[in-house]
Ligand binder design. Structure first.
Ligand code: NAD
Length: 467
């Protein structure tokens, strides 16, 4: 949208929240600004021998905690303003979920579909090299992760490039979201979507909020629409559907579909793989453009594509009672106001999509401790449970079946521990921001910002100024 300034939007939400805190104005300004902004250009030799200039950024928003952390985006929308806004959001998001990192973000301005795999590899490796040369990457400096347009493959290339040029014993911790075979963690791929599900579930379990929205508590039977069936959107939809919610609409590039009866996610993914788009999927109505479905009737709308999707042009037509912001910055400030005035509940991005960075934190811990979670304790726990169960068998005269024993005497392996840590984090953070919301009579976005400002501000206050 013309004149849309993402960083300004983030800062205006920050300012609104800051008025509920007592921090000094100068300190608040220090918290808002981006500490380091790196803009780089480098040449790519294409497969046909032609040279193309690639433009990229990395922004470290806040050094109050190190390393800084944030994804890398491959998209034609990437620019300095967007990267600064996303880096700032990372600082606040990490604080909201008590993940001890400063915020950062990176981006390369490319349309991925125009490059071959080997060209993408060369772009990623050269970008990593540039980051290394400028001291913008390292397990204790700045740790990238996947974001829009990137995934485990790109993170693997980043690690390999870093390792070629570093003797750091913790080199594996220079990037998260890597393939498991390269030091990644089980559960990272689905983490953001799974966190979105935990957050929406927590909101829907709040009886008072549901009553105010005219809805029954719980996810069972609720209808939802998702925009963007990528990493985050797909996994959020998957867990929502598994919990009994019904997906009635999907928006994707090249078309949006709706069906009151519900849409089978797995079949839709198969169809998309085959046809390259979702329009025309059997049993659904294809709508005239890819954003019309956002305005359709549903209980929950999950924007999981890009920023600025709910704006002043469509906000008054959004019918959903709950907006679960899986993407970063999907709702503009004006749209937020319009949707809020209608009485809908917005679960904000700076809380809701924090599952990714939470599990990235677990991955980084795994890398610097050089050991998989559960390796020391899993068997010990299982043996302890078995001893307890055997005492129960003796005193109760009841023999457990092998199936029961397997279920009851289960120790925590990596997947189970990651999932449990993620659920705990999302629930705790929701309760924290909900308390703040009630205390100040504000919306959840402002509450999440207040929570973040308080946590980051206290550190800045104690740090003082160097030298
Ligand atoms: P992705 O590249 O895996 O998927 C994005 C999907 O959105 C694609 O399928 C794309 O076709 C679709 N899309 C793009 N523009 C669209 C439009 N106008 N209408 C409908 N669909 C559209 O990206 P992702 O990693 O899932 O990221 C999605 C959002 O979630 C971004 O805002 C990102 O910053 C945020 N996020 C991602 C992570 C993560 O771990 N990947 C973590 C936190 C936040």
């Amino acid at each position: 949208m013309e004149g849309y300034k993402f960083f300004e939007q983030v800062n205006s939400a920050f300012d609104q929240a800051a008025s509920y805190t007592d921090f000094d104005k100068g300190l608040l300004s220090q918290m808002k600004i981006c500490n380091d902004v790196l803009h780089i250009t480098f040449p790519l030799e294409k497969d046909d021998g032609k040279i193309e200039v690639i433009e990229a950024w990395r922004v470290e928003h806040s050094h109050h905690k190190l390393p800084t952390k944030g994804g890398i985006r491959y998209s034609m929308t990437v620019n300095e303003d967007e990267t600064m806004a996303l880096a700032a959001l990372m600082t606040y998001k990490c604080a909201v979920v008590d993940v001890p990192f400063g915020g950062a973000k990176g981006g390369i301005k490319i349309d991925k579909s125009r490059y071959s795999e080997s060209e993408l590899e060369r772009i990623t490796r050269r970008y990593t090299y540039e980051l290394m040369k400028k001291n913008f990457i390292g397990p204790g400096i700045d740790v990238p992760a996947p974001d829009y347009g990137t995934g485990a493959q790109e993170m693997g290339w980043i690690l390999d490039t870093f390792r070629q040029m570093s003797t750091d014993i913790n080199a594996e911790g220079c990037v998260t979201g890597k393939p498991v075979e390269m030091g990644g963690i089980r559960g990272r791929t689905e983490a953001t979507g799974r966190g979105v599900y935990f957050g929406i579930k927590e909101a829907c379990d709040n009886k008072e909020d549901m009553k105010n929205l005219g809805l029954e508590p719980g996810l069972e039977g609720k209808t939802f629409v998702v925009q963007g069936l990528g990493n985050v959107g797909y996994h959020a939809a998957k867990y929502m559907a598994e919990a009994g919610a019904k997906m009635v609409g999907v928006a994707e590039i090249g078309g949006s579909i709706y069906s009151e009866k519900g849409i089978d996610l797995d079949k839709l993914m198969e169809y998309r793989k085959e046809k390259g788009l979702i329009a025309g999927f059997e049993g659904t109505e294809t709508l005239e453009d890819n954003s019309s479905v956002l305005k359709s009737e549903c209980d929950i709308l999950i924007p999981a594509a890009l920023e600025n999707q709910l704006n002043e042009k469509n906000a008054d037509k959004i019918q959903a009672k709950i907006i679960g912001e899986a993407a970063n910055g999907p709702t503009t400030a004006k749209a937020h106001q319009i949707i809020k005035d209608r009485g809908a509940l917005i679960i904000p991005d700076n809380y809701l999509n924090a599952g990714g960075v939470t599990v990235s934190y677990f991955e980084w811990l795994k890398n610097i401790q050089h050991m998989r979670f559960g390796r020391m304790g899993k068997r010990f726990e299982e043996n302890s449970y078995k001893k307890i169960l055997s005492v129960i068998e003796t005193i109760s005269d009841r023999k457990f079946t092998d199936k029961e024993l397997g279920f009851l005497a289960q120790g925590g392996g990596e997947s189970e521990l990651v999932d449990s840590g993620l659920e705990e984090t999302m629930i705790n953070a929701y309760n924290q921001i909900n308390e703040i919301r009630k205390k100040h009579g504000v919306d959840l976005r402002t509450a999440a910002f207040i929570s973040a400002i308080n946590k980051v501000g206290i550190i800045y206050g104690r740090m003082g100024i160097f030298p």
